[in-house]
Design a protein around this ligand. Sequence first.
Ligand code: UT7
Length: 345
Amino acid sequence: MDWPGKRGSHPIGLLGLGIHLPERVMTNDEWAEYVDTSDEWIVERTGIRTRRIAGREESTADLALAAAQAALADCALEPADIDEIVLATDTPEVFIPDTAAYVQARLGVGHIPCYDLAGSGCAGFVLALDIARSRTLADGRRVLVIGVELLTRLMDWQDRNTCVLFGDAAGAAVVGAGPGAVEIVAATAGTDGSKSDILGVEAGGTRLPITVERVQQGLHKLVVMEGREVFREAVGRMSQVSLQVLEKAGVSMDDVALVVPHQANLRILNAVARRLDIPEARVFMNVQEYGNTGSASVPVALWEARDQGRIKPGDLVLLTAFGAGFHWAAALLRFQESPGIDSGC
Ligand code: UT7
């Protein structure tokens, strides 16, 4: 089949993939020491059993840098081979400037342009892949795409409605044109800004500046989340955008070997499988181990799917994500028959 999105004779896509997971594993029983919850409740409602927690000495840029270095090593490229960095996060290193600037300096890539997709929620990484692909298509740039989240640092450890759901992680991909690239066959995204107050962190912006009083009330860490509405939207939008990207590529769900969705809740993933009418075995799930790692969840899941041999040469793999905004995005990947990134399988 002749796919769109080639530069010259080479496909545009993922040249390398890397992840970084903090060492410390936190169990549900440990959460029960902080809030009125239980392993039983968390497993039944979310499927989550453990998550990773970044150490006190680690920051967002540390996690991002480690994932970026792993992605470069995966495709045997040097920092000097990168032309641009786009970093998706809701938990930045500092408020201003963006985390990408810190990563750029520490990675030693020179004065290349770099920027954050901030506040793009859990859809950030897939959206960034789409942007990177168009940068390569436009002028052959090699773009480092990072999804990183240190959610456990910024959230309220006393709010049982949200604290048990999240974890820390980073994932990165080098996007460019090359013979062994995992081709980004098609990508698509959307936003419904009318739902922006249903999921997010309100304090800290110009609408609700941080004051001593607000900090005393714990508002600076409050994650606003209408759980059931977010659940419904996540299932609907991830399913819908999946079908849209397949239509764009001119293929059907039967052609897809594996769906790698944003990992928010096992029940959401099961519902997406039902909505797409595919067996759960064709939907990759690791939320049980890492919880919801925001914009890092898709690259971490993709890396693990590859690492576990769940992806074969020639496979079509569908990425789908949903998050605050509401934003959603999907990308269809085709792993190459010839060695390249696939050799990591
Ligand atoms: O990437 C996007 C980020 N967010 C999401 O993806 C969240 C999507 N939503 C969900 O995953 C689910 O809605 C939740 C896991 C958040 C909640 O599950 P649910 O089945 O929708 O529960 P619920 O909202 O109906 O709450 C049931 C009860 C409530 O108690 P009452 O009011 O019935 O007495 C909550 O207070 O469960 C209570 N509850 C808890 N109990 C024990 C909420 N959190 C906890 C907890 N432990 N950690």
